[in-house]
Write a protein that binds this ligand. Sequence first.
Ligand code: ATR
Length: 274
Amino acid sequence: MINGQTQLFGIIGNPVEHSLSPAMHNAAFAHLGLNGVYIPMRPADLGDGFRGLKSLGFVGVSVTVPFKVAVMDYIDEVDPVARKIGAVNTLLFRRDQDGQNRCLGYNTDWLGSNQALAEALDLATSTVLIIGAGGAARAVGFGLIEAGARVLVTNRTESKGRDLARQLNCPFLSAHELPTAQADALINTTSVGMAPKKEAVPIDPALLARFPVVMDIVYAPLSTRLLVEAKQRGCRTIDGLKMLQYQGAAQFILWTGREAPHAVMRQALLEELR
Ligand code: ATR
């Protein structure tokens, strides 16, 4: 029941109507009996929106496209890993000793991808090949390096891929080097395979047998062509909902200090996807 004590949470983005996060977080609040509500918000102006959140006493807010980089200008303290990634997806508002409402900014995307991959691998002793060089690849890449993994990058546009590889201090593999690439896992961070172009794959499927673990960050459809092809070749697969679920769980812990109810959150995501 929403009442005078209800704590406010939400997500800012544009578009935000199709976000799965409200279902995931509200299910977690309900399961634990916490008096909180999580709503979707589309600010007409980021600065106005941010000041509104602060003034209205929001406790925690998720940030999605196109605000993940620009929101850093408004935050009082950005977590060091989020700073390296160059993007914030989580805001935590907290009163300091002087009673000032301060905003802390985090990135939980990398925690989500690490935790998803860690179900299948010991990251500290593994090599992971990342496909892509956009914002998602940056979060995944810096996250893997935080965990002590060895990273390789490949990307359709070589110059962008080489840029990211330089920042991660890791090798870049061009298309002709992929047939001899060796890694314990492969992760697709591009939008290739997302509906409606469901048949697209970001790498020649014949190469997949080289990677014991294959993860996709695309979750619509849940079973992407990449994951179907990987499974057929005996690879262990990790779907894109895992990263979304674990990054949400990391937010939930930051905001509430409570352990996240993983199964409940995943079930809520699955129902919302249907
Ligand atoms: P995000 O911030 O969500 O990661 P992005 O910054 O637009 O999105 O990055 C998209 C990534 O997906 C890029 O690596 C892009 O490759 P390019 O650098 O060559 O553009 C990759 N990508 C998108 N569509 C692709 C396609 N059809 N084939 C291969 N790579 C694709």
